[in-house]
Design a protein around this ligand. Structure first.
Ligand code: NAP
Ligand code: ZN
Length: 345
């Protein structure tokens, strides 16, 4: 099936209209008419080869929401017309200890990404900046009826990436949680942590975002450049979920953690970061990492958002505006997720 898409033809090239072939349905495949596709900062990192060598032409996009348009002969979970989503990976080994425990995101063989990678049998994967996609039913999520598809799309990456560490390190009543960076991930982190009942502070390098942070439910706002405020809040956080996309100085942030506090890193800057070990061992603090979430937890997160009545705060754009939107993401000027209307590819 030929599908309209937008692609980067080489590293750093602007995205342009492109056409791709989707595979014919296998017994466990679901074909999805994409309605909306979110723009994640990871799309930009990969299309500009900021992390590692990428595959081109690249059709990015791993925050996909749409409607089932066809199903393979063995699919029982989904029917034509169902509202569904697809996130960051579309194939895993399903045999390793992590896969069998529902942690497909940590598959020992390595998951097959939705784009910028090849399936285990060598098919080049193309992502959600396109009008349709074919995905094995195990990696397809159900979008609850109360969530509009455009506000649900970013949940498939930004939503689960912040939900998973908040659950793992038990954000909830009595826990002082910092969310660092108010972008696509950060704004979902604030909403989740507030809904979980934690005491939430947004930690930011943008003074202009204080009002938005409070509107999203944060109880407090901490500006990284405000030395007095940083001193006052030293040793007060149980958990900081760090979503920052650029290299930063770690020690001032680690010093915000209480004894035994944890900083969970989800942001993926393009360069290694330096830190002073004294910042950690002086208070038995920890730095951890977290990568998206498993399929079961992603469904739990979608249902949690529906139950608490929130999705992402989105700005819907046409495909022709993608390059301009990417520049705004890089300049921390997204409020708070761009979502592409897939009818415009
Ligand atoms: P985003 O919308 O661009 O948000 C990143 C935020 O980081 C910005 O809004 C800004 O917030 C802050 N920031 C940027 N530059 C900064 C600087 N120099 N100093 C301090 N703060 C800075 O990006 P996103 O889509 O949320 O993604 C964030 C990062 O997470 C990216 O690196 C992305 O690749 C990664 N990611 C990881 C996973 C995973 O599973 N681990 C999944 C998705 C994305 P303020 O203006 O509030 O400071
Ligand atoms: Zn992403």
């Amino acid at each position: 099936m030929t599908t309209a898409a937008y692609a980067a033809m080489s590293a750093g090239a602007p995205l342009e209209p492109y056409s791709i072939e989707r595979r014919s349905l296998r017994p466990h495949d679901v074909c999805i008419d994409i309605a909306y596709s979110g723009i994640c900062h990871s799309d930009i990192h990969q299309a500009r080869e900021e992390w590692f060598t990428s595959l081109f032409p690249m059709v990015p996009g791993h925050e996909i929401a749409g409607v089932v348009c066809d199903v393979g002969s063995d699919v029982t979970k989904f029917s034509v017309g169902d509202r569904v989503g697809v996130g960051v990976f579309v194939e895993t080994c399903m045999e390793c200890d992590n896969c069998t425990a529902g942690l497909e995101n940590y598959c020992v063989k390595g998951f097959v990404p939705t784009y910028n990678g090849k399936s285990y049998d060598g098919e080049v994967m193309y992502g959600g900046y396109s009008s349709s996609i074919v995905v094995d039913d195990h990696y397809v999520l159900r979008i609850p009826d109360s969530l509009a598809l455009e506000v649900a799309a970013p949940l498939l990456c930004a939503g689960i990436t912040t939900y998973s560490p908040l659950r793992e390190w038990e954000a909830g009543p009595g826990k002082r949680v910092g969310i660092m960076g108010l972008g696509g991930l950060g704004h979902m982190g604030v909403k989740h942590a507030v809904a979980m009942g934690a005491d939430v502070t947004l930690i930011s390098h943008s003074p202009s975002k204080e009002a938005d942070a409070k509107r999203l439910g944060a109880h407090d706002f901490l500006l990284l450049s405000d030395r007095d405020a940083m001193k006052e809040r030293a040793m007060t956080f149980d958990l900081i979920v760090n979503t920052v996309s650029a290299p930063i100085k770690l020690d001032p942030v680690i010093n915000l953690l209480a004894t035994d506090g944890t900083m969970a890193y989800v942001g993926l800057p393009d360069k290694p970061l330096e830190m002073n070990i004294f910042s950690l061992n002086s208070q038995r603090r920890r730095i951890a990492g977290s990568n998206i979430g498993g399929i079961r937890e992603t469904q739990e997160m979608l249902d949690f958002c529906a139950e608490h009545g929130y999705g992402s705060d989105v700005e819907v754009i046409d495909a022709a505006q993608i390059n301009e939107a990417w520049e705004r993401v890089v300049n921390s000027d997204v409020r708070y997720r761009f979502v592409i209307d897939a009818t415009t590819f």
